[in-house]
Ligand binder design. Structure first.
Ligand code: UD1
Length: 356
C-alpha cells in the first residue's frame, strides 16, 4: 500500500533539503510525498526563487504564516498544519533542519500520534541562546526516526537516550542539491565585476545582527578585510533592516540571491565568511575555506574534516582567524555520505521504518 508522507518546510534553508528528498520519494512506488510550505519565508527571493531553481513542484498545501515573534510564528504554523494532518492522515510527517516550521510541525504531528521523521537530527551547538538549538532539542526528543548528517549527530542523540535503532546516518541532503546543481551554477555568467580573487559574506543570526554593537564589531572586521580582498555580501532581509551608515567601498552589497546564483558566487570565491549553518557545510563540500562568524558550531565535522574555522564574533577574533587563514588556508576532505546520494539513503531508512 502507498504511504502518504507530509514533507514540511518553510524557510530558505529547508528547500535545498526537501527538493532531492521529495523527488526521490516520488520515484518510489511505495510513497506518495506531499509538500507542505508553511510560508515562514515568503518573499520571492527567499522562497519562490528556490522552488524554481531546484525544480520543485508547487506545494500541495501552502499555509501562508508569514513573519512574527517566535511564539506567534510557531503557534500560527501549528494552528494551520493541524487541519492538514487531519485531512491528509499521512503515514509520517517529515521535517528538516531546525527552523520554527520544523518544531511546529513536529509538535502537531507527535500529539496526533503521527510518526515524526527528523532529517538533520542530532546537531547540537550546546548554546540554548540560539533559537535553533531549542528547535533541535524539542524536535529530536519527539521524533520517531532520526536521520543524521554526521557522526556527531548520532553521538549526541545516543547520549540523550535515543534508541539506536531509530538513528540512521544518511548523509547530507543539502549536498545532494549542491552536487546536482553545481555544474549548472558554474555555467552561469559571473555575478560580480571582480577581476581577481574575492570573498563572500553572509550574516543573518539575531545574535550577530540584532545588537548594533555586535553588528558593528563584525562590520569593522569585514571593513578591514575588504581593504585587501573585495567582499560580496548578499544581504538577508533581517540584516538589511539593521544596516545603516556607509560601508567601505570594498564591501559590495547584493540582494538575497536565488540558489543557483548564490552557488555560482560561492563556488568561485576564495573564502567565505558566514554565520549560516548550511554554508559551513557547502563550503566544506566545495573545498573552499570558511570562517564562521560564531562562537560555536553544531556542525563540528566541518571543522574536524572540512575547511571551516571558528572565527568568533569580535573584531579581533575575526581578524586573527583571517590572518591564520592567510598564513594557512584550510584544506579539508569531504565527509562520509556527503556524496549526492543522501536522499536515496533517507528513502531506504523510511522504507525500513514504515514497512518492517
Ligand atoms: C530563519 C530561521 C533560521 C534560518 C534562517 C534562514 C528560525 C527560528 N530561524 O531565520 O534558523 O537560518 O531563517 O534565512 O526559524 N523576512 C522577509 N521576507 C521573508 C522572510 C523574512 O522580509 O521572506 C524578514 C521579516 O522582517 C522577518 C525577518 O526577515 O521578521 C526574519 O525572518 P524569520 O523567518 O523570523 O527568521 P530568519 O532570521 O529568516
Amino acid at each position: 500500500m502507498t504511504k502518504k508522507l507530509l514533507c514540511v518546510g518553510g524557510a530558505r534553508p529547508n528547500f535545498m533539503k526537501l527538493a532531492p528528498l521529495v523527488r526521490e520519494l516520488g520515484n518510489r512506488p511505495r510513497f506518495q510525498p506531499l509538500l507542505v510550505h508553511t510560508g515562514q519565508h515568503y518573499d520571492d527571493r527567499m522562497s519562490g526563487a528556490f522552488f524554481r531553481d531546484l525544480g520543485m513542484p508547487d506545494p500541495a498545501h501552502f499555509l501562508e504564516v508569514g513573519s512574527g515573534s517566535h511564539a506567534v510564528q510557531t503557534a500560527e504554523i501549528m494552528k494551520r498544519i493541524e487541519p492538514v494532518c487531519e485531512s491528509e492522515r499521512p503515514a509520517a510527517v517529515i521535517v528538516v533542519g531546525d527552523v520554527n516550521s520544523t518544531v511546529a510541525a513536529a509538535l502537531v504531528a507527535a500529539k496526533m500520534g503521527i510518526p515524526v521523521v527528523h532529517v538533520e537530527a542530532g546537531l547540537r551547538s550546546f548554546d540554548r541562546g540560539m533559537p535553533e538549538e531549542i528547535n533541535r532539542l524539542v524536535t529530536d526528543s519527539i521524533s520517531d526516526l532520526l536521520l543524521v548528517t554526521e557522526e556527531s549527530g548520532k553521538r549526541n542523540l545516543l547520549k540523550e537516550g535515543a534508541p539506536e535503532s531509530r538513528v540512521v546516518v544518511v548523509g547530507n541532503l543539502m549536498i545532494d542539491s549542491l552536487v546536482a546543481n553545481l555544474e549548472q551554477a558554474r555555467a552561469r555568467p559571473a555575478l560580480t565585476d571582480a577581476t581577481g580573487k574575492y570573498g563572500v559574506v553572509t550574516l543573518h543570526r539575531p545574535a550577530n545582527v540584532d545588537s548594533p554593537e555586535q553588528f558593528s564589531a563584525i562590520l569593522q572586521a569585514l571593513d578591514e578585510i575588504s581593504q585587501t580582498l573585495p567582499i560580496y555580501f548578499p544581504v538577508h532581509p533581517r540584516t538589511r533592516a539593521r544596516l545603516s551608515g556607509t560601508l567601505s567601498p570594498g564591501i559590495r552589497l547584493l540582494e538575497p540571491l536565488g540558489y543557483l546564483d548564490f552557488l555560482s558566487l560561492m563556488s568561485r570565491a576564495s573564502v567565505v565568511l558566514t554565520d549560516s549553518g548550511g554554508i559551513q557545510e557547502e563550503t566544506t563540500a566545495l573545498g573552499i575555506p570558511c570562517l564562521t562568524l560564531r562562537e560555536n558550531t553544531e556542525r563540528p565535522i566541518t571543522i574536524d574534516e572540512g575547511t571551516n574555522r571558528l572565527a568568533g564574533t569580535s573584531t579581533e577574533g575575526i581578524l586573527a582567524a583571517w590572518k591564520e587563514h592567510l598564513r594557512e588556508p584550510k584544506v579539508g576532505r569531504i565527509p562520509a555520505f556527503w556524496d549526492g546520494r543522501a536522499a536515496s539513503r533517507c528513502a531506504d531508512a523510511l522504507e525500513s521504518f514504515l514497512f518492517t
